[in-house]
Design a protein around this ligand. Structure first.
Ligand SMILES: Cc1cc2nc3c(=O)[nH]c(=O)nc-3n(C[C@H](O)[C@H](O)[C@H](O)COP(=O)(O)OP(=O)(O)OC[C@H]3O[C@@H](n4cnc5c(N)ncnc54)[C@H](O)[C@@H]3O)c2cc1C
Length: 383
């Protein structure tokens, strides 16, 4: 088996798979190294939101590109129904603090040219009659949507593989080695050494540990989100519901189940960051109660399954997309901070352009690692 490629991608989440798919179309020999099973990170465990609202530039430009130019035709392109639907999103509020959260999200959305408005609780109930009477206001974004994360991640994988991308699972990358100042080799825990002209780091939170082996310190924290899924229910509504306090998201899937999830703030109690993320009984019950508070009819739903997923939360909640000048040959594609599913189609294209040395079709220079360099502002959190 050849251990050489033009490009090696570390990580087979939706980001790695989307990049692989875009690169193989350019005739490159592409290899993807995956520690576990294909897509077994955040990509197949997420809340399915394909959201335009509430993002800041240039992430909003990536979202706009993904929603306008990729998601609507992606099922056809990948030959699999990814269940993408632009159903509209309602971000619900019932306190003054929530309302100021909506105003901030509206400002961000308008700055990014996204069609969004703050509406009253009654207007929200006209759009979605199941919204609770406690809700006083909502941010309505008609262009927000949903897709099936598992199918989208595997859809990219299958198509990339079919087009010639070489996937190797069970390869836990432990370091990158430089030769003549350039990133060149990828070393795995089995002692295997792979070589490529370009190495793309798309390993979620673990990108931090791998980047450290070439002297880059990625300012990520690991966060945990938990989801529950109900048994299929008769069609109730199509909008994706989120809450202004950021604690809850939910939607009804195509086959009728509700996926309900959110951050738990329990990550600091997790002892083993390398373990598969585990659900906690406390968070599952909390999300269920919260969901009933906003959508009372969900009291009838029966929960059938639950899961948890790690997020690579960057200090400014934006990804890092750059071929780093300090380590030429290494392209960073990580730090998606819980927002990476929706923008993956556009990110795949942009990162493939960066890896090919082309001008990216979207200006992502503000997402470079350089933004963390000392600016004399006191703390890195002030970036
Ligand atoms: C519960 C939850 C809900 C979310 N909801 C949304 C949402 O509604 N909308 C949205 O846009 N985003 C959402 N996200 C975020 C989104 O899922 C991620 O931003 C996105 O999936 C990131 O993709 P990725 O490919 O970078 O990472 P991952 O999917 O985590 O993939 C990284 C891959 O790298 C592999 N890897 C790790 N270490 C190594 C190593 N040493 N060697 C080789 N391989 C390695 C992992 O096994 C994994 O397969 C959510 C995330 C979670 C967990």
């Amino acid at each position: 088996m050849s251990k050489n490629a033009d490009v090696i991608i570390i990580g087979s989440g939706i980001i790695g798979n989307s990049i692989a798919y875009h690169l193989v179309q350019q005739g490159l020999k592409v290899m993807v190294l995956e520690r576990d099973n294909i897509g077994d990170g955040a990509s197949s465990r997420n809340g399915a939101g394909v959201r335009l609202s509430g993002r800041v530039s240039p992430e909003s430009d990536l979202a706009e590109d993904a929603v306008r130019n990729y998601w609507p035709t992606l099922s056809e392109e990948l030959g699999l129904d990814l269940e993408y639907e632009r159903r509209g999103g309602l971000n619900l509020a019932f306190t003054n603090a929530h309302k100021s959260g909506l105003e901030k999200a509206l400002k961000k959305s308008h700055a990014a040219g996204v069609n969004a408005e703050i509406i009253s609780g009654d207007e929200a109930r006209k759009i979605c009659p199941h919204v609770s009477e406690i809700v006083t206001n909502a941010l309505w974004c008609p262009d927000d949507g949903v897709a099936n994360p598992m199918l989208a991640t595997l859809g990219y994988y299958r198509m990339a593989k079919k087009m010639g991308v070489h996937y190797i699972t069970g390869e836990d990358v432990i370091s990158i080695k430089k030769f003549r100042g350039r990133a060149r080799q990828v070393i795995t825990s089995r002692g295997n050494v792979y070589e490529a002209d370009k190495i793309i780091l798309a390993a979620g939170f673990n990108s931090r540990r791998i980047a450290e082996t070439v002297g880059l310190h990625l300012p990520f924290l690991k966060r945990i989100d938990e989801c529950i899924i109900t048994e299929p229910m008769p069609k109730m509504f199509s909008e994706r519901i989120t809450t202004a306090d950021g604690n809850l998201y939910l939607h009804q899937t195509k086959h009728g189940s509700f996926i309900i999830g959110g951050n738990t703030n329990l990550e600091r109690y997790e002892k083993n960051y390398d373990a598969k993320p585990q659900n906690t009984t406390v968070a599952a019950a909390d999300k269920a109660r919260l969901a009933m508070k906003y959508i009372p009819a969900l009291a009838e739903a029966k929960i059938v399954r639950q899961w948890a997923g790690w997020l690579d939360s960057c200090v400014d909640r934006l990804p890092i997309l750059q071929e780093n000048p300090e380590v030429p040959g290494l392209v960073l594609a990580c730090g998606f901070s819980g927002h990476g599913f929706a923008i993956a189609p556009s990110v795949g294209k942009v990162v493939s352009e960066i890896a090919l040395g082309q001008e990216p079709h979207i200006d992502v220079s503000a997402l470079s690692y350089d933004r963390f360099k000392a600016k004399g502002v006191g703390t890195i959190e002030s970036v």
